[in-house]
Design a protein around this ligand. Structure first.
Ligand code: NAP
Length: 280
């Protein structure tokens, strides 16, 4: 079988190691390749995958929305999020799905987070925030979205409300929301280059769970600040793992060998520490 990741750039993606470890663990003869595809080349990219009989592929930046018109069907999850990160060929047609939001939720479930009646604050309103906001709202959380471009926060809160969720919005910055959040999720790229965060977390309740979806570095300044304030913290590596696990299961209709995929991801990240690794 043949699988791939398409996007631009894909050269530092850890998905090949993760998925191939999963294939090997169950004795499946399959490959997973990185195929660079620019936004302007997406039509040719999909044609290449079809002509070369790829069974499925992941879609990353900047193609997650642009791919939708090229698919025959999308799942309700992908439709609500408005983006696709996983595609499979089923009986000659192309089915798109999104595992980013569920991957995020799964990463919290494995750490024992209880979702019922909780309030989540999401910093950022880009692609990742959209998947996370939609999925958390479906689990019944009350969502506050804060973004530098406040219009985008307003738009995303509207999308969440339009799907039956509870959401409000505001400008990215410190506020009394800090004492009220049960779950605080950092989804901007600020911290990827080792820089300080935009504001400090002094006054945050130690009962707040704090997630930074960046995984390289493993501990951003934001996450370090949360830990210093006594909060339970998590970086984005498990989100990456579980979006991959769910994609693997979507393609192959069987349980994924999670521990093998997790080990491959950790090892891949360790060796990429020697080079300039990008977050997906
Ligand atoms: P995106 O669609 O480009 O959105 C970026 C968001 O960050 C926007 O809301 C943007 O605000 C905000 N932002 C960017 N620079 C900022 C700054 N200097 N100050 C304040 N806000 C800033 O990106 P994305 O795809 O959502 O990815 C965001 C991050 O998540 C990246 O670091 C990516 O590597 C990581 N990620 C991790 C995973 C995982 O599996 N762990 C998955 C996906 C993404 P404006 O709207 O105001 O521009």
């Amino acid at each position: 079988m043949k699988f791939a990741i398409i996007g631009d750039p894909v050269d530092h993606s850890l998905s090949p190691q993760m998925h191939e470890a999963g294939f090997k663990a169950v004795g499946l003869d399959a490959v997973y390749q990185r195929i660079p595809v620019k936004n302007s080349e997406i039509g040719q990219g999909v044609r290449y995958l079809l002509d070369n009989r790829y069974d499925g592929w992941n879609v990353t930046y900047p193609l997650k929305e642009a791919i939708i018109p090229l698919l025959d069907r999308v799942t309700p999850e992908a439709l609500d999020i408005g983006a696709v990160n996983t595609v499979k060929r089923v009986d000659g047609y192309l089915l798109g799905h999104n595992t980013d939001g569920e991957g995020f939720v799964q990463s919290l479930i494995t750490k024992g987070f209880e979702f019922s009646g909780k309030k989540a604050v999401i910093l950022g309103a880009g692609g990742a925030a959209k998947a996370i906001a939609m999925t958390l709202a479906k689990k019944g959380l009350d969502i506050l979205i804060l973004n530098r471009n406040v219009e985008k926060a307003r738009w995303l809160a509207g999308q969440v409300s339009g799907c039956g969720g509870k959401a409000s919005w505001g400008c990215l910055g410190i506020g009394d929301w800090l004492q009220k959040a049960d779950l605080l999720i950092q989804t901007t790229p600020v911290g990827m280059k080792g820089e300080e965060y935009l504001f400090g977390l002094r006054g945050i309740s130690p009962s707040t769970w704090v997630v930074d979806i960046i995984y390289h570095p493993a501990v951003t300044a934001f996450l370090g600040d949360a830990a210093k304030n006594g909060c339970q913290t998590m970086n984005g590596l498990d989100m990456l793992l579980y979006q991959g696990v769910l994609a693997w299961e979507f393609w192959l209709n069987r349980d994924a060998p999670v521990s093998f995929m997790q080990r491959a991801l950790t090892e891949g990240l360790r060796s990429s520490d020697e080079c300039d690794c990008a977050n997906e």
